[in-house]
Ligand binder design. Structure first.
Ligand code: GBH
Length: 482
């Protein structure tokens, strides 16, 4: 036994990639410039301003449409390996279809991608981060499966052909559950349709098919020459059983299957299709409610085969955790996704909070989640495509540093001790931006943005310095000896 303790050396592996992320509507601004079409968030924030904190919108946001070179200087300073951003569909296709291409929009993204590459930063591109062209919403939007699968596939093909020589990591959809359940279920996100447990299921069905079609297009038309990777981002909280009882454990599993398996199973599970518990429960409740068939659409066996396996790596967004308690089935009467699940969730009052009501600091939950994903989906390569913390935007952002330190530490333990294949991490967000219903009141940035200043001046926070050190050393604070 040595008289001295072993030096601590807990490093992220050599091939591990660090990045940071934003999304088009949240940062670009330039909402009607140079031929961009209107999208559902433009329409929603302009038509229902009271639904957003301080009646804010993304008309100007961080003005990245004009200031992208400054953003890239920030990325370069952080030393990140990649930048995850999204394309604004209606900037490229103002009417949503490929019959009309907006060259200025194409040029904008070509410029962004070129500048990133020149600075040694890999572009990770999301095709859809919630900003559907408004003309497509007027034709029914995502619940209109027949319309949307092909239109999305056309858009994806165009993006691969325009940018795929430079872009090697593609994500089709970001967190489709937010689009479907918040946008077409509860109706709190754009487009504001309230059809809980009906259109929200149709929306998901469309998105999953559209993703699969885009993946096959990449496979058949682009993979050989472009040699990139395609994935779909699925998000979830970790769900911890409220007790060791069988019932609470069953409830927590049911919750994660509805919340996450809904999208992940058809694509990432070796058997494909929706989770069986979801198929059974929605069918049973639909029948009791008097529907002729299940509100959950069915995939044919051919569709199940076509969809399963349409990924090159697993993209996972996660921020927080919830406790889950068993409940008897909610009474029949109000048709809803929540009734289909019938569990009770809550967050422990002892968990540290953030500026967002839903976001509590629960780092151990992320370690459990990535282990669950690893086990459930047969050990895929996992890239954490979003993780982060909100506050009021202060430069001395100790809360964010603690969050990143603790979450990254748990991810590192999952890699080194549990053997989970996590190969990348993405901090949400590069800079403060338009936080959807929260407007500019919940700040997630490593960089502060002054939204009262016409210049949208960016200033690094303390956490930017912290993240920069982690990226450079592959080590967390006090976990390596120098
Ligand atoms: C991500 O969603 C998004 O991808 C990103 O755009 C966003 O900025 C980031 O997280 C931070 O929120 O109480 O009805 O308003 C994370 C999942 C979904 C969590 C929406 C908060 C609020 C629902 N988020 N949810 S509601």
């Amino acid at each position: 036994r040595s008289a001295f303790p072993e030096p601590i050396k807990r490093k992220f592996p050599e091939n591990f990639r660090f990045g940071t992320a934003t999304a088009s509507y949240q940062v670009e601004g330039g909402w009607n410039e140079d031929g961009k079409g209107e999208n559902i968030w433009d329409y929603y924030t302009h038509t229902y301003p009271d639904r957003i904190a301080n009646q804010a919108n993304g008309d100007i946001a961080c003005n990245s449409y004009h200031k992208y070179l400054e953003d890239i200087v920030m990325l370069k300073d952080l030393g990140v390996h990649f930048y995850r951003f999204s394309l604004s569909w209606s900037r490229i296709l103002p009417e949503g279809h490929t019959g009309k291409i907006n060259q200025a929009g194409v040029d904008y993204y070509k410029n962004v991608i070129r500048a990133l590459k020149q600075n040694g930063i890999e572009p990770y591109v999301t095709l859809y981060h919630w900003d559907l062209p408004q003309p497509l919403q007027e034709k029914g939007g995502w619940p209109n499966t027949d319309l949307m699968v092909d239109l999305f596939a056309d858009y994806a093909r165009l993006a691969f052909s325009l940018f795929g020589d430079q872009v090697k990591n593609w994500m089709t959809f970001n967190e489709a559950k937010q689009t479907c359940q918040l946008g077409y279920g509860y109706g709190v996100f754009a487009p504001g349709v309230q059809s809980n447990g009906i259109d929200s299921y149709k929306c998901a069905h469309t998105v999953i098919k559209a993703h699969a079609k885009a993946y096959h297009i990449y496979d058949e038309e682009f993979r050989a020459s472009q040699k990139g990777r395609v994935s779909m981002v699925v998000d979830t909280d970790w769900f911890e059983p409220a007790s060791d009882s069988d019932r609470d454990r069953k409830a927590a599993e049911r919750k994660i299957q509805f919340n996450f398996g809904w999208y992940a199973n058809p694509i990432y599970h070796p058997d494909g299709n929706y989770p069986q518990v979801m198929i059974d429960r929605v069918a049973k409740r639909s029948k009791k409610e008097g529907f002729e068939k299940s509100r959950l659409p069915e995939f044919t066996p051919e569709e199940i085969d076509y969809i399963k396996g349409t990924f090159d790596f697993f993209s996972l967004n996660t921020y927080t955790a919830n406790m889950v308690k068993w409940s008897d089935d909610f009474p029949i009467g109000y048709v809803s996704y929540d009734g289909d699940i019938s569990v009770v969730t809550y967050q422990d009052p002892s968990w540290n909070s953030s500026a967002s009501s839903w976001l509590k600091v629960v780092p151990w939950g992320t370690r459990k989640l990535i282990n669950w994903v690893d086990k459930t989906y047969n050990h895929p390569e996992i890239v954490i495509t979003e993780n982060g913390f909100s506050d009021d935007g202060e430069l001395d952002d100790e809360g964010r540093i603690v969050y990143y330190q603790e979450y990254l530490s748990n991810i590192l333990e999952a890699i080194l001790e549990d053997g989970v294949n996590v190969t990348g991490y993405t901090a949400w967000s590069l800079m403060d931006n338009f936080e959807w219903l929260g407007g500019y009141t919940e700040k997630f940035g490593l960089y502060q943005v002054d939204f009262d200043d016409e210049n949208r001046t960016r200033t690094p926070k303390k956490s930017a310095d912290f993240y920069k050190k982690v990226v450079a050393t592959r080590c967390l604070v006090d976990q390596c000896e120098n």
